[in-house]
Design a protein around this ligand. Sequence first.
Ligand code: AMP
Ligand code: GLY
Length: 423
Amino acid sequence: MKILVVGSGGREHAIIKALKKSPEAEKIYALPGNGGMAADAECVNIGAKDIEGIVKFAQENAVDFAVVAPDDPLALGAVDALEAAGIPSFGPTKAAARIEASKVFSKNLMEKYHIPTAACHISTDMQDALSYLESAPAPIVIKADGLALGKGVVIAKTREEAKAAVIDMMENKVFGDSGNRVVIEEFLEGPEVSVLAFTDGKTLKPMVSSMDHKRALDDDQGLNTGGMGTIAPNPFYTEEVAARCMEEIFIPTVKAMQMEGCPFKGCLYFGLMLTKDGPKVIEYNCRFGDPETQVVLPLLKSDLLTIFQAVRNETLADCQVEFDTGAACCVVMASKGYPQKYETGFPITLTPDTDTVTTYVAGAKLDEQGHLLTGGGRVLGVTATGKCLHCAVKNAYEAVEKTSFANAYYRKDIGRRALNKEA
Ligand code: AMP
Ligand code: GLY
């Protein structure tokens, strides 16, 4: 089969490497991909948001199956367009992608179907938001309604900070139209868990749980980033918690999307907080998480392409989704300055992949001589598996020591919180 994967980051590299293992996969195209994936897929310079270009390429190259990984093309209707052109595709429709693309949609959904989440107030008008904040307790969370490159969430420690965030979003339009509506949300506390799940709109099969490390610096200091590292499984996600999430959150969400007339088919991401009142949804994503995918897929024992096809064909109930009982750790190596200003163009020395170590390339390009150069904020996701979490973390950091580029920085404590919980 000829497969097309839309996207260009570490997540897409992990999806491509997993698909490549399928005996059915003859050829994989990455649109646009990045220089570091060139050994695994043919990168074609068509942007992830160029829906017309993607469909045209798929038709002209007789693509048999398409996978749309990032949120933007999903929210723009890439899967609707590909399917309409006769290309079987993995990913939610535009209507189902609203579960991530509009926080107002997802908050209303959770309220209507009694899915546990933070209490909230939705404002379409700045004066309403500001007067609501007069009597709201701090800390409080302000979220822009639409997609904002993962930056549309402000945890305000004081009312003044909260008001400033509302003014930034609604008046100064720092996230453009994404800030036309804001969600003002109760601040929740507890360990965070990411659960990615395959669903065909009827059946849901969760993947192994994981933990992201969002802050730029050790000990969860510094700015929020797209994610500086992950581990799987997440030790806070016990069997008991998993059973409760299935009953109170996962199944009700699948049913809610059916009832709303937009069944969700694809990878549904549950960002959960385990509060003292039980697990609650912080956010839904309509796609694989990055860098969660980089630890989840290396532990998948079943064939990813078969699962993708079962999701698309609505036969997931009959499809095996099995994970290894071991653990995985991904350490993101970023360019110094990320998530703000950083320089690129430095040569990268990779450590060769082994049975237990894989480097996923997130932001890199090839120069004319074929050398790999840094080309983004998050450059590499150095990932290792092991029998236990301790082994996986150790293996990952050993590989990081053998990997280098100028101005590299990475967190030294990926997995520490999880290991402390296990001890
Ligand atoms: P997001 O960009 O939606 O992934 O949110 C970024 C981070 O903000 C999450 O991973 C949480 O750590 C935090 N967050 C979001 N909503 C809340 C909330 N209601 N209470 C506490 N922290 C939150
Ligand atoms: N790692 C969080 C996300 O993909 O949004």
